[in-house]
Design a protein around this ligand. Sequence first.
Ligand code: HEM
Length: 538
Amino acid sequence: MSAEVQTLLQPRYFAWFAVGYAAYVFLYRIILYPRFFSPLRNVPGPSHGNLLLGHYLTIVQSESCIPQREWAKAHGPVVRMMGPFGKERLIFLSPEALHQIMVKDWLAYPRPQFMRDVLGLVAGYGLLTITGDAHKQLRKAMNPAFSIPNLMAQTDMYYEPIEGLIEIMKAQIKAESAPEADKVFAMYEWMGKVTLDIICDTAFGYETDCLHNPSNELAVAFEQLLDLQSGANLAKLIAVISLPFSARILASEWLFRHRALVGSLPFFGTLENMIDSMYRIRTISREMLRAKTADLSVAPEDMTTKRDIMSLLVRARKAELDADPRADAMTDTAMVDQVLTFLAAGHETTASGLSWTLWLLANDPESQRRLRAEVAPVYAADPRPDYRTLKSLEWLDCVVNESLRVLPPVPLTIRVADKTDYIEGVKVPKGTVLNIPIRVINTWKPVWGEDAEEFHPARWLSLPKGYNPTFSQFSFIAGPHACIGKTMAVGEMKAVLVALIANFEFAPAYPGQVAHPATAITMKPDDNMPLRVTCVRA
Ligand code: HEM
């Protein structure tokens, strides 16, 4: 080694290099580049925000999508905002841009790695985390479970949990000694139980009955996980997950056994409960899979019955291995991840959608009365309306569409540009993170008018001129990554609402009640949505 190289390797020179590099990052990447050199520097948007963190803290500490909505109002449908360390982010709202990002060039705009890692951890490495050919293949295998004939056959399975819910609520109201016989229910908690029972039964043929069994392990673990949902905890998770190998370590048995270590850490302590609940949910999913694999009725030729999600997966794997025992079939761990994806994606979203709908109806007695007038005779004729009947109820359709528009359970999604390209005439450099603020798109005044942020179900009876059926109400997004469970979720919400509205009247729990949407991945009421419930049907 030459003397010059030896000199350069001395610790004090290393320190100088480190200081020089940090100064370069700070001065050039964080201050100079976004202001003077970036091709995005002239895209309209808010001023640069915090020197180091940009608008990150504003976003994490605010109600979901509210800052983005204000920026879009001030700057228009293409907005530049700042992420941490000088990283620029773009917001796009127009149908043309959304079509390019989500539909036409979807492969060039995947979910960013940190998002896939977070989703993989809390919702399994499945449809939500893969892309390209692997995604196309899995989606094709899953589609039959969400076909209209399958959903029509499935609708009747929603009613056992729904009837259980109605019975419990009536009994609890009756037990109240107050003469007006009403009771405040934490509706989000009850919606969580009913949707968990429904998804476990319809998707996995697994009976949880968390409605009657509050200590059900799966329900308790999900409750614990959802209680931790907040922008701050999500930020901690993203910080941890960006470390190498952390995603796998966080899901490992070793960390579960040593989770107390995490609990003792300052700042990151809350991750202990997250590790605990995620591990328990995985264990139960593994049990569901084991039971299903052992169920001999899930035979490859049995295509008429057992079209639930897990049977489809188990059957596809069995057929693959029967044809070639050395085939590279899905492992048990990969199958558990699929189970987790459907449990997580299909349960809490629908519970939040239902809770927000009840909240909006509680604050709009006229819309609620009109809904009751529509559904009560249907319910009286048959308390288990089928798929077609649910679909035919016009006002119910307006209410569900409008609630999902104003308070979408998934308020925001993110993509990253995998190549440099132009969107809406803006040159978007490779690596730019794109914000798709669903809540802002859904309440965009140039499309929906001045009252865009208000709940008016009647607007669906006469849609505005600028309405685009794919991109104006974007709650399930569009394109190859669009929600596979959309039709199921809407049908399930309608079935629950028919029974609830036919039997009960909903009002705010106390005067001046305000809703507080808490967001991490989904947007849920952070106070479990207490509502005052009165029985209107014996
Ligand atoms: C009101 C209820 C629901 C809402 C608002 C909703 C919304 C969404 C959204 C916005 C996405 C796209 C996420 C992204 O790409 O960033 C998505 C994807 C997905 N949803 Fe839903 N969802 C709901 C219910 C369900 C149900 C009931 C299921 C299944 C039983 C489900 C399964 C999935 C899956 C598997 C994906 C990933 C699709 C893919 O990438 O191919 N969802 N959902």
